[in-house]
Design a protein around this ligand. Structure first.
Ligand code: GLU
Length: 327
């Protein structure tokens, strides 16, 4: 009896050890990493997908499995990374700057000291599209109209407000402002429920392809009167949106003047050096393959991917840049 008990206990103990070892082994094998992006018709979503595709190819080597989440955009991503709900995210360079310094959406929360830059990616422009039948030819013509300035959590919302304010337009009182997610706007323009919409995105994007291919004709409105804005904020630069990407648009000019920012890849100081190193290394070592994954990356250089960053560069990324002679 005693012997059986000892034997059973020994067996049970052995099993616990065995199971325990099994669990630790699987945990050590796979690190799950989530990347926050934007709406599915933007460029952040395929960008998260492109990074995940490159990194997941080396799952055996690094034990990293990247997944991508569609989100409300830049501000949402930064806040979710800071809360530990996302590991990485794509965010506009202006939003990275504001979060680092505790400005705009982070005025009350203060500087996000754990925010870390990894690299920057494609250029984005701030654009305003309007239905041709709404007779909107300038920002001033938005008065009294129904205009989407973007959801709370998006990068574009503050860009739209800045462009409007620079032109003396009050978004709270001069028109009916909507706070819709970008993915919904083209459909609502087509349904006649809104007249115009702002968005900050790389090109070409599914969003503008959809917006310009409906029955209700849509055109891009020049965003001018922004010299003061460009002088005031270091993260804004003059830009132009090329109409060759959207042959369905009602525009006749080849490029529409506006301003722009950059899409950047960010993380938290709490994410391990080894994970950030592996992701940075795979994207840069497979640069040619990466840039082929979306037409918005045309003309991208490795050097340019180290510009537009205002948060400290994560040490895991820095280790790679030093090794590669990029820093
Ligand atoms: N720039 C937008 C934002 O920060 C997202 C654009 C995209 O999804 O490509 O919210």
């Amino acid at each position: 009896m005693k012997k059986t008990l000892i034997l059973t206990t020994a067996l049970l103990f052995g099993m616990v050890l065995f199971l325990g070892a099994g669990v630790t082994e699987t945990q050590a094998k796979t690190t799950f990493v989530t990347i926050g992006t934007g709406g599915i018709t933007g460029v952040y979503y395929p960008t998260g997908g492109a990074i995940a595709k490159i990194v997941n190819k080396k799952k055996k080597e690094y034990g990293i499995r990247c997944t991508v989440e569609s989100t409300g955009g830049s501000v949402f991503n930064i806040n979710a990374i800071m809360a530990g709900d996302l590991d990485f995210g794509v965010a506009q360079s202006d939003r990275q700057y504001q979060a680092t310094k505790g400005l705009a959406d982070w005025k009350d929360k203060g500087p996000q000291t754990d925010l870390r830059a990894v690299f920057s990616i494609h250029a984005e422009t701030i654009d305003l599209i309007a239905a041709v039948d709404a007779n909107i030819n300038s920002l001033a013509d938005l008065k009294g109209k129904r205009v989407n300035i973007g959801n709370i959590g998006s990068g574009q919302r503050q860009n739209a407000i800045d462009a409007l304010e620079a032109n003396g337009i009050n978004w709270k009182t001069d028109f009916h402002a909507e706070s819709l997610k970008a993915a919904e706007a083209p459909g609502l323009i087509q349904d006649g429920r809104i007249d115009a919409a702002f968005y900050t995105v790389g090109h070409p994007s599914g969003y503008y392809k959809e917006a310009t291919s409906g029955v209700r004709k849509v055109k891009f409105i020049p965003i001018v009167g922004i010299d003061g804005l460009l002088a005031k904020y270091p993260y804004y630069a003059k830009a132009a949106t090329l109409m060759k990407n959207y042959p369905g648009a009602a525009n006749t000019e080849s490029a529409v003047p506006t301003f722009g920012v950059k899409a950047t890849f960010v993380t938290s100081a709490k994410v391990s050096d080894s994970v950030v190193y592996a992701i940075t290394k795979e994207v840069f070592d497979n640069f040619e393959a990466f840039t082929k994954l979306h037409p918005a990356y045309a003309g991208l250089t490795k050097k340019a991917m180290l510009t537009g960053l205002s948060a400290p560069i994560h040490p895991g990324a820095m280790k790679y840049y030093k090794e590669a002679g990029l820093k």
